[in-house]
Design a protein around this ligand. Structure first.
Ligand code: MEV
Length: 311
């Protein structure tokens, strides 16, 4: 039996960090940029091969698993959900998404792996169950995740996300053209989230005011997405980036790429995800995409990807 499971990356268009404190955020799946899990039955015990990571294959026998390893935790929780203790099979993981780069690589790999384990068992796993599993694994990556990454990656729909509230899908009126540019700097989300928490403890009133302004932007951005008001959407992205700078989660490299995108005619640009490194996202149109991508490379982006959302 050979089959493949997958899950997309994600981009946070608005509201990262503030979402951890209950403010709304907007995230979209990057359906063309995915993590894949190729499965075959002919190996025992269960063996995982990660094509993008060095080191020997990971083998999961019937003994205790090291559940501080995110992949072991996915395997354990998925097997538990399916009522099994051990299994055979081989899963080969490959991802288009660089690790710790703000595009939801951890959640996408976990979701693809959970689906692969279910496939190998000849079972189906509901998105809501997979979402709970991936959320548990996100705690290893992020510490105190809001749940936005796992939810958008597993359900693969544009979301107006609020922590602990029912899913709220956004209808995007006009497809969005995005150029994603990588600083090439791996930046673990956990550290940025912890630093924002320290800032919130140190300067609670100022930080809460920044979160409120980010939340207000997310509300207005939802209306813009539903009306196809692209130019205003771009302005809101850049305004959101300035607020993230005030939260100290940007960096010289991210700011340089944001400026380069705006100089080349992007509607707006911002960091996306935890920040400090990883990717910026820029809102463009079909005509400006090439020039923006070129400028970003000249400004030091390690790679750029152009994608559309909402088609
Ligand atoms: C990470 O993709 C988004 C953050 O808001 C963290 C979270 O929501 O869990 C920085």
């Amino acid at each position: 039996m050979n089959s493949v499971a997958s899950a997309p990356g994600k981009a946070i268009l608005f509201g990262e960090h503030a979402v951890v404190y209950g403010l709304p955020a907007i995230a979209v799946p990057l359906s063309g940029i995915r993590a894949y899990a190729y499965c075959s039955a002919n190996e025992s015990p269960l063996t995982l091969v990660t094509e993008d990571l060095p080191g020997p294959p990971l083998v999961y026998g019937s003994g205790a698993m090291d559940i501080s390893d995110p992949m072991a935790l996915v395997v354990k929780l998925t097997l538990q959900h399916l009522g099994a203790s051990a299994m055979a099979g081989r899963v080969s993981l490959r991802s288009d998404l660089p690790i710790a780069s703000g595009l939801g690589s951890g959640a996408a790999v976990s979701a693809a792996l959970g689906r692969a384990i279910a496939l190998l068992r000849g079972a189906c796993i509901a998105n809501s169950d997979l979402n709970s599993i991936v959320y548990e694994v996100e705690k290893l990556h992020h510490g105190t995740p809001s749940g936005i990454d796992n939810t958008v990656v597993v359900h693969e729909i544009p979301l107006f996300y609020r922590k602990d509230q029912a899913m709220d899908q956004i209808e995007i009126a006009d497809p969005l053209w995005l150029v994603l540019a990588d600083t090439g700097i791996a930046a673990p989300t956990r550290a940025a989230v912890a630093d924002v928490r320290a800032l919130a403890n140190q300067a609670p009133a100022r930080t809460a005011a920044l979160f409120d302004r980010i939340g207000a932007i997310a509300h207005e951005a939802r209306c813009c997405l539903e009306r196809g008001a692209t130019a205003r959407l771009g302005e809101l992205m850049s305004a959101n980036h300035r607020l993230l700078r005030a939260l100290h989660v940007s960096s010289i490299e991210l700011d340089r790429l944001v400026e380069a995108a705006l100089d080349a005619g992007a509607y707006g640009a911002k960091l996306s995800g935890g920040g400090r490194g990883g990717h910026i996202i820029t809102l463009v149109d079909e005509l400006s995409a090439g020039k923006v991508a070129q400028n970003l490379l000249e400004a030091g982006a390690k790679r750029v990807m152009t994608t559309t959302v909402g088609e």
